[in-house]
Design a protein around this ligand. Structure first.
Ligand code: VG1
Ligand code: CO
Length: 543
């Protein structure tokens, strides 16, 4: 065991309060950078000596090197057992499940999620606690503080451990246990969904595609969709995890998964298509000519939950992140269950899940999940939809349109403005926050603002408060605009503008959201003064 002094500290420039550390690969490759960050987690995260921890990642470039570092630092800190997915792979939901199943003290998830990989791409580390959920803000803040004053880290002198072979290795007194990353997760899915019905659906002329985007879900989809549910091999696209995700951007949205959207809208008849992101926690659901908006997906899953074996008894409550469309609020109202509104980021759901207040939750950024883990879960959402299609005997499009007719539609889309100068981004946001008191009652382009605020969340379970979580502006026709700055980018600032319009007129129901929200988009740009302040005219992405 060696105690080593750190050669520098300022590398650890993590933004206080973010869920993990996400940076360019080259920053992680700096000597002792990762060691220092891991040591701060060991110093702040609790007592790990003699305990079990879980580790794995999405297979991106630098994953193997980072895992060997983690093994050395874990052994140096006296960890009893480190359970690692074979070849260093574990999807985020599978890791969350393993932490809970193996009663581990926590887990390290080596991923930058949907950010691009490769030597010039991004890398990241997230720490999840014993509940399987993301470290709470209080912990990430103390880790951040530790990074500012760390003087030493602990490390065992070890040769690299072979992570390609299942079994146990003694690593300076710590057991490294290499496990199959898929089996336990696949077994969990079998307890939640009706695999027989999905298998019958697949055998009965239904046609589907699943795009793993050369990221971590490939082996999971191969086991679950192909081997257990009998899907033909060619339904799985880009199933091989690659360190650079095949040069792609492993983000399941209509822009980055444009090939899949083209495929389902193309000449070959396909009933259903879906994709997941780098670490397997996001999902996108497609029908012919239709991208299911994540807010709609969440609302539909909640409205139909009882038709799925895992939710036969119904649900106790639901939650959505603040910018997510309020479609779920309407479902909750009719079901007579509470609906919580939390800041962006999965970890805010974790207390509500642990406390049994909610069973389903989701975010507009293509993330949905339930109480079966403490992370969002891409393949889980895909299986939920397939189970629903099998039970209802309807297509994706029919299910969505039926839902809109019954509950009304919250037409939703998002515009991302990339501001290269991060400082300018913060300034714009600060000005927006300052303008809030003057907005009440103001008329804009034929609408009237009925309320505006800077969103703050009061956690009902532990009483903690998270302030400045975005600006909300409400209009007299039920529309809403939300502004916030992204916390996951590694350069500049990204202003996210979320547009939502409530639609009940039958002839408007199936119009594209971007079209329905065009007037709101104009208002949103005007109120933020983005052009005056930054010179930027157009969003970098519209999803
Ligand atoms: C984005 C999404 C947010 C999500 C986060 C992590 O954050 O908006 O909903 O929880 O990514 O997702 P931001 O701060 O850039 O808007 V993942 O798939 O990285 O775990
Ligand atoms: Co992700």
């Amino acid at each position: 065991m060696k105690t080593r002094s750190v050669n520098t500290r300022p590398y650890l420039d993590q933004k206080p309060g973010t869920a993990g550390l996400r940076r360019k690969v080259r920053i992680f490759q700096q000597p002792r950078y990762l060691e220092n960050f891991l040591q701060c987690i060991f110093d702040c995260g609790g007592q790990f000596a003699g305990e079990t921890l879980i580790a794995g990642g999405d297979g991106r470039f630098h994953n193997q090197e980072a895992l060997q570092t983690l093994i050395r630092v874990s052994a140096g800190n006296g960890v009893g057992r480190l359970i690692v997915g074979r070849n260093g792979l574990l999807s985020t939901p599978a890791a969350s499940h393993l932490i809970r199943q193996r009663a581990a003290a926590g887990g390290f998830l080596l991923t930058a999620s949907h950010n691009p990989g490769g030597p010039d791409g991004d890398f990241g580390v997230k720490f999840n606690t014993a509940s399987g959920g993301q470290a709470p803000e209080s912990l990430t803040r103390s880790i951040y503080d530790a990074t500012q004053s760390i003087e030493r880290y602990l490390e065992a002198d070890l040769a690299p451990v072979d992570l390609g072979r299942l079994g146990e290795t003694d690593a300076a007194g710590m057991i490294v246990e290499v496990i199959d990353p898929v089996i336990d997760y696949a077994n969990l899915m079998e307890t939640l969904f009706d695999f027989d019905r999905i298998e019958a659906l697949f055998a009965g002329g239904f046609s589907a595609r699943y795009d793993a985007m050369h990221a971590v879900t490939g082996p999971y989809a191969a086991e679950i969709l192909n081997r257990r549910l009998g899907a033909p091999a060619d339904w799985l696209l880009n199933g091989q995890p690659l360190p650079d995700f095949g040069g792609g951007h492993p983000d399941p949205n209509p822009v980055d998964a444009a090939d899949l959207v083209a495929l389902i809208n193309g000449p070959v008849p396909v009933d259903f298509a879906a994709a997941s992101d780098g670490d397997g926690d996001r999902n996108m659901i497609l029908g012919p000519g239709l991208v299911v908006s994540p807010g709609d997906s969440l609302a539909i899953l909640a409205a139909n939950a009882r038709q799925i074996p895992g939710f036969e008894e119904g649900i106790s409550g639901v939650a959505r992140s603040m910018p997510t469309s309020r479609a779920i609020d309407e479902v909750a109202r009719r079901l007579g269950v509470p609906c919580f509104e939390t800041p962006t980021g999965w970890r805010y759901f974790c207390n509500l899940l642990d406390d049994g207040r909610i069973d389903l939750c989701g975010e507009e950024s293509f993330g949905t999940s339930s109480n079966h883990v403490r992370e969002k879960d891409g393949l889980w959402a895909v299986l939920f939809w397939l189970n629903l299609i099998a039970v209802r005997g309807q297509s994706v499009n029919e299910i969505v349109e039926d839902h809109w007719r019954e509950f009304g539609r919250n037409a939703f889309n998002r515009e991302d403005f990339f501001i290269p100068d991060a400082e300018l981004g913060s300034q714009l946001m600060a000005e927006l926050e300052n303008s809030v008191p003057e907005l009440d009652g103001r008329p804009v382009d034929g609408l009237r603002i009925t309320a505006a605020d800077v969103f703050a969340y009061h956690d009902p379970v532990d009483g903690s408060v998270s302030a400045q979580q975005g600006v909300r502006i409400f209009f007299d026709d039920g529309s809403r605009i939300v502004y916030r700055l992204s916390g996951t980018g590694t350069t500049g600032a990204t202003l996210r503008i979320y547009l939502e319009r409530r639609v009940t007129e039958t002839d408007l129901l199936i119009r594209p959201a971007v079209e329905l929200n065009a007037p709101l988009s104009t208002i949103a740009r005007k109120l933020s003064r983005i052009r005056e302040l930054t010179g930027i005219e157009q969003p970098a992405a519209v999803v």
